[in-house]
Design a protein around this ligand. Structure first.
Ligand code: O2Y
Ligand code: MN
Length: 595
């Protein structure tokens, strides 16, 4: 070991894991730039990382074709009873799961180095932050964790001899026999991948995948699944939400947290540059928000991460110029295509197609090729501090006070551009029934409607019925200081299948209306689904949008909404007795309003 670990729980755990996984060596990370550079250099020499001539200190990794995304089917919430995990999670008995995984872990790091990564989610030392330690045999994970979390030996100092941390054990599950040559992206077959969470003991065990959310355990595993269970016990919120600061032309600030399912443009909204003159938008986080009620009685949010692990395809100077500038240097790319002059490329990055590429599977690609050049879930990893519009308060340990919550999803029809909840309780109903059409970049067949409550279906570490109750309880505690709740749909289409709303920077028009609602500057019209903007209340200045299109975009067709009721009923029925009575009542009231 290259450093002395003074924390008893940590040194005992390292010894235990090393005994089980049998690595050739152990390395405790310090989070330094030299460490990062040294690791990347080794990854380049081994052929795992491709240095990009066109982007300073940036590298491309190509994964095994079987290891390209989070694997929901292999993700488990292992609580003592299945009821605690609830109907939206895969469950296995903890003792049985640990036995299975121990047999996989035995000897799984042979021929490899075992890295110990001490990290903080949230600013180091902040009272809202949590400390984790990831043990992994993947140097790719180490370099990504350097960007996505705060890896530092000062985390070990804060831990002292008896401080507590969340143990996150990860192995790619590909031991090397003596003399065996490594492959570019080692991992285990699908059936032996396990992404396991033990929320009752704040423990994460991941095996077999080296990709993203399966392997960078600070993100979805700790900051959402384990943290959501901790948040419920401790009375706060760990949510799948971007955080942004919007400033109006008079300098008044509004803080917005928004939950959309994966692949609905959270990173784009988080970094959006308003088309409205005089309005400013700054990014605080693009994926996860931890929120606590502060001494002012308001809900304050921090971004526990320190980087972005964004979807590359579709990201361009048109859709998200701030993300494009964030990744100009010091970036890691995974499963993007490689250009002949040593840059990355992906579908939607440029109007013109390159004449030749190496695709994410390492094959020659030309515009005639049938297959995508980049995988639809190809990713960039870059430090939040590199974002040109990162908010100066993004690392404020006290967080920012949230004024507005937004829920939403991708719906080609039925759901209007924006509406407001009647109350906190109605807002919880909107979050609990949120639904989105699946795309090629996420789960399920394209175009299926998937209910994804609060965009937390894959990330809630306990029974979602209890999660709904936790939101209702938080509303009680917040009282009149609770953020206002809105629902949006940027993706409604007309009869010809064309998007009705331009989206991106024009979404600022919708955010402006929300701010005006918060300040009681504009009224709203009541509809069965919620409060809609008054005619002409949305600022459409300098936007060429026909009034017919606008009417269609905002229309609420009672028959279409009635047709949604059986699906909502079936969705709620899953939770049985754990569904809060108040949500049952919300559904009844909604049906009655529809007539
Ligand atoms: O496929 C993966 O492993 C990445 S998933 C992801 C990454 C960053 C932000 N959000 C998500 C998500 O699935 O919500
Ligand atoms: Mn996400």
């Amino acid at each position: 070991m290259n450093s002395t670990v003074k924390n008893k729980k940590l040194s005992d755990w390292i010894t235990e894991v090393a005994g089980m996984c049998q690595p050739d060596s152990i390395y405790v990370c310090d989070g330094s730039r030299e460490e990062y550079d040294g690791m990347v250099e080794k990854l380049v020499l081994s052929g795992s990382a491709i240095p990009l001539k066109k982007r300073p200190r940036s590298y491309l990794f190509l994964s095994d074709p079987s290891d390209v995304a989070r694997v929901e089917d292999r993700t488990f919430i292992s609580t003592s009873s299945q009821a605690e995990a609830g109907p939206t999670n895969n469950w296995l008995d903890p003792a049985a799961l640990k036995e299975t995984m121990k047999s996989l872990y035995r000897g799984c790091m042979k021929g490899r180095t075992m890295y110990v990564i001490p990290f903080s989610m949230g600013p180091i030392g902040s009272p809202i932050s949590k400390i984790g330690v990831e043990i992994t045999d993947s140097p790719y994970v180490v370099v990504n964790m350097h960007i996505m979390t705060r890896v530092s030996s000062s985390v070990l100092e804060i831990l002292g001899t008896d401080g507590d941390f969340i143990p996150c054990l990860h192995s790619i599950g590909a031991p090397l026999e003596k003399g065996q040559k490594d492959v570019q992206w080692p991992c285990a077959p699908m059936e032996s991948k396990y992404i396991s969470h033990f929320p009752e003991e704040n423990l994460i065990w991941s095996y077999g995948s080296g990709y993203g959310g399966n392997a960078l355990l600070g993100k979805k595993c700790l900051a959402l699944r384990i943290a959501s269970a901790m948040a419920r016990r401790e009375g706060w919120l760990a949510e799948h939400m971007l955080i942004l600061r919007l400033t109006d032309p008079d300098g008044k600030q509004y803080h917005i947290a928004a939950a959309f399912p994966s692949a609905c443009g959270k990173t784009n909204l988080a970094m959006m540059q308003p088309s409205l003159k005089g309005w400013k938008c700054e990014c605080i986080g693009d994926d996860i928000a931890w929120m606590k009620i502060a001494s002012d009685g308001r809900l304050h949010a921090i971004n526990p991460e320190s980087g972005f692990f964004g979807v590359a395809p579709g990201t361009s100077y048109d859709t998200n110029p701030m993300a494009m500038d964030t990744i100009r240097e010091n970036a890691i790319f995974t499963n993007c295509a490689l250009t002949d002059d040593g840059d990355v490329w992906w579908e939607g990055m440029t109007g013109d197609l390159p004449s030749h590429l190496i695709d994410w599977k390492g094959r020659d690609w030309t515009p005639e090729s049938k297959a995508d050049a980049a995988h639809p879930n190809a990713r960039f990893t870059a430090a939040a501090s590199q974002c040109p519009v990162i908010c100066k308060d993004w690392e404020n340990p006290d967080g920012v006070p949230i004024d507005i919550f937004i829920f939403g999803g991708r719906r080609g029809s039925v759901v209007p551009l924006v509406y407001e909840a009647f109350s906190w309780e109605h807002g919880v109903f909107l979050g609990a029934t949120a639904a989105s059409e699946t795309t090629s970049a996420n789960i399920g067949a394209i175009g299926n409607l998937r209910r994804d409550p609060f965009a937390m279906k894959p990330f809630c570490g306990y029974n979602m019925g209890d999660y709904f109750q936790h939101w209702l309880d938080m509303g009680e505690r917040l009282g009149s200081k609770a953020p206002r709740i809105f629902y949006v749909n940027w993706f409604r289409k007309n009869q010809d299948g064309k998007f009705l709303w331009p989206g991106f920077s024009d979404n600022s028009r919708v955010l402006k209306w929300m701010c005006e609602r918060v300040d009681n500057k504009t009224g709203a019209r009541k509809s069965p689904i919620g409060l809609l903007p008054l005619e002409g209340a949305l600022d459409l200045s300098c936007l060429s949008m026909g009034s017919e299109d606008m009417r269609e975009l905002m229309s609420v067709d009672t028959a279409e909404w009635k047709a949604e009721i059986p699906d909502i009923e079936a969705h709620f029925a899953m939770f049985g007795k754990r569904l809060p009575q108040r949500l049952r009542k919300q559904l009844k009231d909604f049906s009655e309003r529809l007539g």
